[in-house]
Design a binder for this molecule. Structure first.
Ligand code: NAP
Length: 275
């Protein structure tokens, strides 16, 4: 049996993962709280084999990102009920013989939004029907919102709306109703991706609560439009921060140093074009 001799090792696995800000955020948290651990990033392309290998070398805990979240859930020895409902895990904790999993993405989005506004009874539109959208829908419903889902592939959004007992609207018909919040959960607007908006910019109105899960760039085309229209805006970096804080708390059973983690993220993004 091989295992780290001095410090516990934590890491994020993903593909691609080179752009991940989790290492700077988590290493700052470990340092701030004097945790005897370090946090790395591993490019991984085979969920099952790579998780087995990481267990064998004694990794203590993992953050899991695209495209491993669903497959990681399937190989966990234990998974909490929330992650099962969402259908994905983003956090793994080592057990003697395998991995225990949970999902903190839903907490990330709820806590990020709650910093800016009350969520209860808010009529929210979720754009997207992938893994992030599932966590967002779960979190918004838990927080007492009314939720409508729209997506490029309508069948997927329709199925999700049925599963979560919320409403569906076709992407071309989103202007048929007034929403007081919107969370965008697709890669559109991300660096290297399409720059267009999936919803008409006329959807944004003063006081509406708008978040983009994309955080590179920090000020996505969607968030810029929302800010111009007088909306309350929340960046994807806030979601990353709060889902990471919840991971830290699950691993270490103590409060996360959120302010230090936030500073680490902001430092890492300094110099990138956010305007
Ligand atoms: P995913 O499971 O692959 O789902 C992607 C979603 O985006 C699907 O609904 C897909 O629609 C839609 N989509 C993809 N390309 C599109 C395009 N060109 N036009 C219209 N719709 C498109 O991915 P995910 O895990 O949900 O992640 C979505 C985004 O959220 C990513 O950018 C990710 O980086 C971000 N995210 C951020 C955080 C954070 O902490 N800030 C956490 C998780 C994810 P179809 O169903 O039609 O394919």
């Amino acid at each position: 049996m091989i295992k780290p001799a001095q410090r516990a090792i934590y890491a994020v696995i993903g593909d691609p993962v080179g752009h991940s800000l989790s290492p700077v955020m988590m290493n700052r948290a470990f340092q701030e709280e004097s945790c005897p651990a370090c946090y790395l990033a591993f490019q991984a392309n085979d969920t099952v084999a790579d998780l087995q290998l990481l267990h064998q070398v004694g990794i203590s805990g993992l953050s899991v990102t695209i495209p491993h979240k669903e497959a990681a859930l399937r190989i966990c020895e234990q998974v909490d009920a929330t992650a099962k409902t969402i259908g994905a895990v983003n956090t793994l904790q080592r057990t003697v013989s395998g991995w225990q999993g949970c999902n903190t993405d839903w907490l990330g989005v709820v806590r990020a939004l709650q910093q800016k506004a009350r969520l209860e009874s808010r009529n929210m539109l979720v754009v997207g029907a992938g893994g992030a959208a599932r966590a967002v829908v779960y979190g918004l419903l838990k927080a007492g919102c009314r939720v409508t889902i729209t997506n490029r592939s309508p069948d997927k959004a329709l199925r999700m709306a049925e599963e979560f007992h919320c409403r569906f609207v076709a992407l071309g018909e989103v202007m048929g109703q007034r929403y007081d919040g919107l969370v965008h959960c697709t890669p559109v607007g991300m660096v290297g991706n399409e720059e267009r908006l999936l919803v008409p910019k006329e959807i944004f109105a003063p006081g509406m609560l708008v978040m983009d899960a994309v955080y590179r760039p920090l000020w996505t085309p969607l968030l810029k439009c929302a800010a111009d229209a007088g909306c309350i805006t929340v960046t994807g970096l806030e979601m990353l921060l709060y889902q990471g804080a919840a991971q830290f708390e699950w691993w270490w059973k103590k409060k996360a140093p959120v302010a230090a983690m936030k500073r680490a993220l902001e430092d890492a993004l300094k110099g990138e074009d956010h305007a």
